[in-house]
Write a protein that binds this ligand. Structure first.
Ligand SMILES: C[S@@+](CC[C@H](N)C(=O)[O-])C[C@H]1O[C@@H](n2cnc3c(N)ncnc32)[C@H](O)[C@@H]1O
Length: 267
């Protein structure tokens, strides 16, 4: 009897908890602290590419999210696709802290987060043809003209995405900024067999990300699309192509800036 009691207290199923953001559940459940994991990738290799097999202790398809913010999408992907490994990066340490806490508290073993720029990650830490999917949700449009050079989606960046993806690998991008979208539509087809996605993502009708949820609540149009890396484009040809295409110069429409301030509210 004593033995049975002791066994019961140790084998009790972990306490579970659903977390919400703007009333929309965040995928996965917070498990009891004994089951938490450690999803922070505090140090990227000083030189050279990430060894994905060593990082995750297995060989599995790799999914990247660049500019992941609080990583609502990537957390969901890690929960729903346990057979895929995931890395989310962002330049803002505070959002990576939110993302990491979420990953840890869900006990996820197939996700890591690091503070890093999207272009830097691809140029310095990802081998060619290593990645299965790259996602970019709501890249910062940078409303101030003096900061426009920081825009992530440039021809050079797209050439790096193409280089990082396995042949036929998937690139997903979306924004609620019409000017940015017009630019993306102009350039993305050079590197990917790209198709705009009509309507909301079926897996997340209220929004895949924090920013998408906010944009939809405000009645903004969200522009989504995805495409497979072109098979007929070599790495050298992609670099050459990137040099011939124009940079992301567009009118970001300052009226949309207000949402950015709200969005910065955190995790
Ligand atoms: C508008 S927020 C969108 C966040 C999230 N993807 C979402 O949809 O909720 C843009 C994010 O991109 C990050 N960011 C801006 N420039 C970046 C860069 N060069 N590399 C990586 N992340 C960047 C920002 O810190 C911010 O978290």
């Amino acid at each position: 009897m004593i033995g049975a009691l002791a066994l019961n207290s140790f084998d009790k199923p972990p306490r579970r908890q659903i977390e919400r953001e703007f009333g929309v559940p965040i995928p996965g459940e917070i498990v009891a602290p004994a089951y938490w994991t450690s999803t922070a990738l505090k140090h990227l290799p000083q030189h050279g590419p990430i060894d994905w097999g060593a990082l995750f202790g297995r060989q599995a398809p790799i999914v990247l999210e660049l500019g992941c913010g609080n990583a609502r999408y990537l957390i969901g992907s890690a929960v729903w696709r346990p057979d895929h490994d995931h890395l989310g990066i962002d330049i803002l340490p505070v959002v990576i802290r939110y993302a990491t806490r979420r990953g840890n508290q869900r006990g996820l073993k197939n996700i890591r987060f690091a503070v890093c720029g999207g272009q830097e990650l691809l140029a310095n830490h990802v081998r060619p043809a290593a990645i299965d999917e790259i996602h970019c949700y709501h890249p910062q449009p940078y409303f101030d003209e003096a900061q426009a050079h920081k825009r992530l989606i440039t021809p050079t960046f797209l050439a790096l995405v193409h280089r990082a993806l396995k042949p036929g690998g998937l690139f997903v991008v979306q924004t609620d900024n019409p000017g940015y979208w017009r630019y993306i539509e102009q350039v993305v087809g050079y590197f990917f067999e790209f198709t705009p996605h009509a309507g909301r993502w079926p897996d997340a009708p209220k929004g895949r990300t924090r920013r998408e949820i906010l944009a939809l609540k405000r009645g903004l149009t969200v522009y989504r699309g995805s495409g497979r890396a072109r098979l007929d484009l070599s790495e050298a040809a992609a670099v050459q192509l990137a040099e011939s295409l124009s940079p992301p110069v567009f009118d970001p429409d300052r009226r949309l800036q207000q949402l950015d301030q709200l969005e910065r509210g955190g995790g």
